[in-house]
Design a protein around this ligand. Structure first.
Ligand code: 13P
Ligand code: SF4
Length: 311
């Protein structure tokens, strides 16, 4: 890369020339969110990927999200700026172990959170995201036993919300498990008028003190529509960019993590592997590209389509 490359100009040029669309998750770096055609939560991004008429989908997010886009739009080229942008939750659930678990419970409906690989989705009956999970679980007949994977924290939250008894896989998001309840309560004492809001991947002791629980898009909507002026937000810190952009007059505080890291808040190292430079390079060279075996893609498609139909 030439040292004087203007990545913003180059990305805009390539997007035009190649009829590409840039989809970005709320956890991406601010400059990536700002250049994207669409910024959203996992559900919104999947819907965009299914509907776009672009030739190339540039996915500024993590691997399982780009894979979901490829499952839905196989005729399009799907690019991920860094193939190593994974997810601790998706990694916790391997096809071998999960396949054996599903086989042990043949009478169970298999619901998987979208944060898993295409192989895991291929073993599922229906997929969900954090914004539609309650609806998806409630759509399953009451007497039907359910396996829910891979997020144990979201699973516990769903058991509480729906009253359903589900068999849970024990995966977790390393970012949402890093929030410290002691530090969170201390922050709340310092800002007593602030409302605590949280993503359901957080542990139950965090969710217990939250006034509102929802997906990234729902957290942003809540801050927008609730009359409160201050919020402490327990999710990945990238969301603060969009919140302060859309609702600049409100005070947004990142929930503190156990260990004070650089920014004293939680950041997903995988999400942050994507940079403006890598975005430019992947658009220029059209790689790394997401390639999926067709048999896995076909099997993963049905449970994702079922989710989209219900959303
Ligand atoms: P949502 O954006 O769907 O709430 O998901 C959060 C997440 O952890 C994505 O990795
Ligand atoms: Fe995975 Fe958590 Fe990072 Fe989301 S924030 S990509 S769930 S590790």
């Amino acid at each position: 890369v030439k040292p004087d490359t203007d990545f913003v100009n180059e990305i805009n040029r390539l997007r035009e020339e190649k009829n590409a669309v840039i989809l970005a998750h709320y956890y991406q770096f601010p400059e990536i969110q700002d250049i994207a055609d669409f910024v959203g939560d996992s559900l919104g991004l999947a819907q965009q990927a299914a509907e776009t008429d672009a030739d190339i989908i540039v996915f500024a997010g993590v691997h399982f999200m780009a894979e979901t886009a490829k499952v839905l739009s196989p005729e399009k080229k799907v690019l991920l700026p860094d193939l190593k942008a994974g997810c601790s939750l998706a990694d916790s659930c391997t096809p071998e172990e999960f396949g054996a678990f599903v086989k042990q419970h043949p009478d169970h409906v298999v619901v998987t959170y979208v944060n898993c690989s295409a192989e895991i989705k291929a073993l599922s009956d229906i997929v969900c995201t954090s914004s539609n999970a309650v609806k998806i679980i409630n759509s399953i007949p009451k007497d039907q036993p359910i396996i829910f994977a891979p997020d144990v924290n979201l699973g516990k939250y769903l058991i509480k919300e729906t009253g359903r008894d589900m068999l849970l896989w024990s995966g977790a998001c390393m970012v949402h498990e890093a929030f410290s309840i002691d530090k969170l309560l201390a922050a709340h004492q310092k800002h007593p008028n602030a409302k605590i809001i949280a993503h359901p991947e957080s542990e139950s002791h965090i969710l217990k003190v939250a006034t509102f629980i929802g997906s990234t898009a729902k957290l942003i909507d809540y801050v927008k529509n609730d009359p409160a002026e201050e919020f402490i937000v327990a999710t990945e810190a990238g969301i603060l960019h969009q919140m302060s952009k859309e609702i600049p007059h409100k005070k947004i505080i990142a929930a503190p993590a156990y260990e004070e890291n650089k920014c004293a808040c939680s950041e997903c190292g995988y999400m942050k592997m994507n940079t403006l430079q890598k975005l430019y390079l992947c658009m220029e060279y059209e790689q790394p590209e997401i390639i999926l075996p067709e048999d896995i893609r076909i099997k993963a498609l049905r449970p994702i389509e079922r989710m989209l139909e219900l959303s």
